[in-house]
Structures are given as structure tokens and as C-alpha cells.
Design a protein around this ligand. Structure first.
Ligand SMILES: *[C@@H]1O[C@H](CO)[C@@H](O)[C@H](O)[C@H]1NC(C)=O
Ligand SMILES: *[C@@H]1O[C@H](CO)[C@@H](O)[C@H](O)[C@H]1NC(C)=O
Ligand SMILES: *[C@@H]1O[C@H](CO)[C@@H](O)[C@H](O)[C@H]1NC(C)=O
Length: 390
């Protein structure tokens, strides 16, 4: 008799449990879109094998948005650039109903870092469609990605790629040589500010144009021909304006921000953090150094070297940068500047250098995220004093 009652009770509770699951399915499962998205595991491969231009970025972003409208949102930043291009942001959010810690990644402010948009698109693709990246990276965070911060500059340098190089100063000044040569390096956008005194020299370095200790690194304003010309005033460039507007609106949604840059010197690769304008340290510089070192150990370079990790001003003081703005004005705690090696004007038909850069960049970004997780112990359990990550 007692046994029968027990059996009935258990059966009833199971039935009620099943009924509850049907009536109120788990919210994450229902809304995350996880069940609709195609899942694959691409392994080690790289999908985007051609240096991306603005059109490719727009096409790929639009395709992400079309395939997975529940989790992807493509935003066109305003204002448009001088060349009438819109900077695109790709937002990946696994759950529309709740906010998760936000990660902001901005690439290709420098017109020479051609591979950065590829790396960020590759990362987006992996987060969306590769099972080994969905958990934990996609499901635990909201991702805000700006693959190409300087579409005009990238277009400009890519269109000159086949011409012979000339020193940038010489190139800017020599009218006869200019049509048949390219500047050997171009780190700016293509803004022609209205002053006609020196119409030949153009272009603003976007990563000097942000309003945080703007021009604090120099005694007098650099000339316009200089590759580090910071603009006539902070936010004089449309690119810096557009990024500022977007980032200010996100505000405290962002917990971690990464500027994906490039180093143009072989075997000099860095993970850096603010401040860049001053040798003064941020209040959390210990944490930043620890996360950076963790990431450097995880993302060991292909030849066994390891990224150099330090405050960015210890190499050189640079003012008006994006990373200092994100840290000092927007107030994001964790800001990193990642610089894997990238050749100047790499060979477009031979994509081996692109593949190396993309793999390095993606693994370094994810290692920084892992370093952050480990520093907050979000994902570790202690067994008998040993931390086990899962
Ligand atoms: C950008 O578009 C505006 C209006 O749509 C046009 O007046 C201007 O000439 C365009 N600029 C370029 C560089 O194409
Ligand atoms: C400009 O370039 C041409 C050809 O490259 C060269 O012959 C000439 O001397 C240069 N002019 C100046 C002023 O440097
Ligand atoms: C670019 O790479 C291709 C294929 O590897 C090679 O044939 C070509 O010579 C390279 N071009 C230059 C300018 O190095």
C-alpha cells in the first residue's frame, strides 16, 4: 500500500515536471537561436582568404544578419567617411532578453592593417557557427565588432598596391612622381581638410584623433604630411566621430575592449594596455598586466616566441589614441591593444601571410578573454587547491 502511494506520487511529480517543461520551455533555449543556427566545426582553417575591402565586409556582415537575424544585428555608423563609406558594426548577442558582459573589438584604424577586418570576420564566423567557439565564448558574452574602422584608408592603400613605393613625405610633395608611385606606408585616412594652403598633404591619423590628452605627446603640431598628423582638432575625422558616437552609446555595457592593430616590424609583437599618452599607470594596471601575460602564454607565437606585454607608453608615448579614449573617457576597465606582425603591402595573390595574421589575431583575442575569465575566476573550480578551468 505504502509502495503504491510512493509510485503514484513519483509518477505525478514527473508528469507535472514534464508539463511544466512543455508549457514554459527554458528561456535560453527558446530565445538564443542556438537550435536554429547551423553548427559546424571548421577546425583550424581560415574561411576568408582574400584581403577584405569595404565591400567584402559589408557583404559578409549582411549575410550574417540575413542567416541569423535573431542573434546578429548590423549597424551602420554615422557619419559616413569622406569617401561616403559607412563603418559597420556587427553585434552578436545570443540572448536578446538579457544583457551579458560586452566585448568590443575594433580593427583596421590603420590603413596598413589589411588583415584586421579578415580576422574580425573570421572571429564572428567562428562564434556563430563553430561549435567549439559557441561555448563558452558566444554564449557567455555579447560581442560588438567593428571590423574596419578606416574603410577609406584601406581602399586607398589597396588600390595603389601594384605601384612602386616611394618615401611617404616625398610622395606627398612630388607632383610628378605621385601618379606613378605609392607611399611606402600610409597609416591615415584620406581626409582633405578644407584649408588650401597645402592641398597636397592630406590624411588624418585616426588613432591620434580621439579626445583624450589629444596632442599631449608632441611639443608642436605635426605637419599634415606626417603619417601621425592628429587632425586639426580632436574628432575632426568622420571615423573617430562615428566610433565615438557608437561607443558612447554602448557605455557601460562593455566590460572588455580590444583594439586589433598590427606591428609592422618582424618579430616585434605586442599585447599592450593604457595609458599610451603618459607613463602614469592606470589604477588596475596589475590586473591588465596579469591578463596580458596569461594571454601571451596561451597564444604563443608560431615560432615559439611570446608576445611582449606591457603598458603601451613604455615603448613610446602616443596621445589621442582609441585605447586611451576607451579607458579614460568611456570608462571601460579592461582595454587592450593587440599588435601581431603584419607586412606592409603584403602580396595579394599569396595569402599565407594573411592566414598567419588572422590565426594569431583570433587566438590572441580569445586568449585575452580567457585571461579575463581566469582573473575573475568565473570559470574555475578549486579542487584541493588546484584551479581547474572548464
Ligand atoms: C557623397 O555623397 C554626397 C551626397 O550623397 C555627394 O554629394 C558627394 O559627392 C559624395 N562624395 C563622394 C566622395 O562620392
Ligand atoms: C620628383 O620625382 C621625379 C621622378 O620620380 C624626380 O626626377 C624629381 O627629381 C622629383 N622632384 C623633386 C622636387 O624631388
Ligand atoms: C606573389 O605571390 C605569387 C604566388 O606565390 C608569386 O608568384 C609572385 O611573384 C608574388 N609577387 C610578389 C610581388 O612578390
Amino acid at each position: 500500500m505504502l509502495l503504491q502511494i510512493k509510485v503514484y506520487l513519483i509518477a505525478t511529480s514527473y508528469f507535472l515536471g514534464a508539463l511544466f517543461m512543455i508549457l514554459f520551455p527554458p528561456r535560453n533555449y527558446e530565445l538564443s537561436g542556438a537550435k536554429i543556427r547551423t553548427v559546424r566545426s571548421a577546425g583550424d582553417g581560415v574561411k576568408y582568404k582574400q584581403y577584405a575591402n569595404h565591400k567584402i565586409v559589408a557583404t559578409v556582415a549582411e549575410r550574417f544578419g540575413r542567416h541569423d537575424p535573431e542573434v546578429v544585428n548590423v549597424v551602420q555608423l554615422v557619419p559616413l567617411t569622406t569617401g561616403n563609406r559607412s563603418i559597420l558594426a556587427v553585434e552578436l548577442r545570443s540572448d536578446r532578453q538579457s544583457r551579458k558582459p560586452g566585448i568590443l573589438i575594433i580593427g583596421a584604424l590603420d590603413a596598413m592593417s589589411w588583415g584586421a577586418p579578415n580576422a574580425i570576420l573570421e572571429l564572428a564566423d567562428k562564434l556563430l557557427y563553430d561549435a567549439s567557439y559557441q561555448t563558452p565564448f558566444f554564449n557567455d558574452y555579447d560581442w560588438y565588432l567593428i571590423p574596419m574602422g578606416n574603410p577609406d584608408g584601406i581602399h586607398f592603400t589597396q588600390s595603389l598596391r601594384s605601384l612602386p613605393p616611394l618615401d611617404p613625405y616625398e610622395w606627398a610633395r612630388n607632383d610628378t612622381a605621385r601618379p606613378r608611385t605609392r607611399p611606402s606606408a600610409w597609416h591615415k585616412n584620406i581626409d582633405k581638410e578644407s584649408e588650401t594652403k597645402n592641398p597636397v598633404c592630406f590624411g588624418t591619423n585616426i588613432n591620434r584623433n580621439f579626445a583624450y590628452h589629444w596632442q599631449d605627446d608632441v611639443h608642436k603640431a605635426p605637419p599634415k604630411c606626417c603619417q601621425y598628423y592628429p587632425g586639426s582638432k580632436p574628432f575632426s575625422s568622420a571615423e573617430a566621430k562615428a566610433i565615438r558616437k557608437y561607443v558612447d552609446k554602448l557605455g557601460d555595457v562593455i566590460s572588455l575592449a580590444i583594439h586589433l592593430h598590427a606591428s609592422f616590424v618582424p618579430k616585434k609583437e605586442y599585447i599592450l594596455y593604457p595609458w599610451r599618452y603618459s607613463l602614469r599607470q592606470t589604477s588596475n594596471s596589475r590586473t591588465l598586466q596579469e591578463i596580458g601575460e596569461y594571454a601571451a602564454r596561451q597564444a604563443r607565437l608560431p615560432d615559439g616566441r611570446i608576445y611582449e606585454v606591457h603598458q603601451s607608453s613604455s615603448d613610446e608615448r602616443v596621445a589621442g589614441t582609441l585605447s586611451d579614449y576607451l579607458s579614460g573617457v568611456v570608462g571601460i576597465d579592461l582595454v587592450f591593444l593587440i599588435k601581431p606582425y603584419h607586412a606592409l603591402y603584403p602580396n595579394e595573390t599569396d595569402n599565407s601571410e594573411l592566414v598567419v595574421y588572422v590565426k594569431k589575431a583570433v587566438s590572441t583575442i580569445l586568449s585575452v578573454v580567457r585571461g579575463w575569465r581566469s582573473s575573475t575566476k568565473q570559470n574555475t573550480l578549486s579542487f584541493f587547491g588546484i584551479d581547474v578551468e572548464f
